[in-house]
Design a protein around this ligand. Structure first.
Ligand code: FMN
Length: 203
């Protein structure tokens, strides 16, 4: 099973990216968490560009999402909102629907940032993503300057919380796809759980 991690920060030393990179080393057996690194390459969203031939970065982003069973987003707050680059990325998915019914967990490296988390949850809800609260984490005390993947994984309490969140996320993903398979219109067309022979996604 593949999970895509998206950091809302473009900073090289981003604590949100560090949190996701740490999570990538703590996944349960058979689960891969890939941290998406193309956020800064997406063009500014313009519905007029959303036609063939699509910008390569957009096609790649959508393809990575379609091939992922779930998404974990970890984002900073800028001026009480979500960073423009993250909102831009989400805008590219509104019409194409890669997040429709997709299980999404929200990680939060700085829990003071309540406005951005609320705004992100609202945007994802209106896009019909399936938010999984039991797989979401608020890191407390917040991560700060200098925190990297190593400092996250070497904090026992935090690495245990990440492992528990990932286990809950995988359970929620399994349930989501089990429910989807019971739908009369379910089509096993697109692979999404990572194993091409056995997997399917909601289309
Ligand atoms: C331009 C700018 C605006 C910010 N606005 C807020 C804010 O409104 N609320 C907040 O809690 N933190 C705010 N911050 C702090 C960041 O959210 C915080 O440093 C975060 O951990 C950075 O994440 P990163 O390390 O992943 O880039 C702001 C930072 C910057 C650079």
């Amino acid at each position: 099973m593949k999970i895509l991690g998206i950091s809302g920060s473009l900073r090289t030393a981003s604590v949100n990216a560090a949190l996701l990179r740490a999570a990538a080393t703590l996944t349960p057996y058979g689960v891969t968490l890939v941290v998406y690194d193309g956020l800064g390459n997406l063009p500014h969203f313009n519905p007029e560009l959303d036609k063939e031939p699509r910008p390569l970065a957009v096609a790649d982003f959508r393809s990575q999402l379609s091939n992922s069973a779930g998404v974990i987003i970890s984002s900073p707050e800028y001026a009480h909102g979500i960073p423009g680059v993250l909102k831009n990325a989400l805008d590219w998915l509104v019409a194409s629907g890669e997040l429709y019914e997709k299980p999404v967990a929200l990680f939060n490296a700085s829990p003071r940032t309540s406005y951005a988390q609320a705004s992100l949850a609202e945007t994802l809800t209106v896009m019909a993503a399936r938010l999984i609260p039991e797989a979401s984490i608020n890191v407390s005390p917040p991560l700060g300057v200098g925190d990297d993947k190593l400092s996250v994984t070497s904090t026992t309490n935090l690495s245990t919380r990440i492992e528990c969140a990932l286990a809950s996320f995988v359970r929620a993903i399994d349930l989501t796809y089990a429910e989807a398979m019971r739908e009369p219109n379910w089509k096993p067309t697109v692979t999404s759980l990572g194993d091409e022979k056995t997997s399917a996604t909601i289309t």
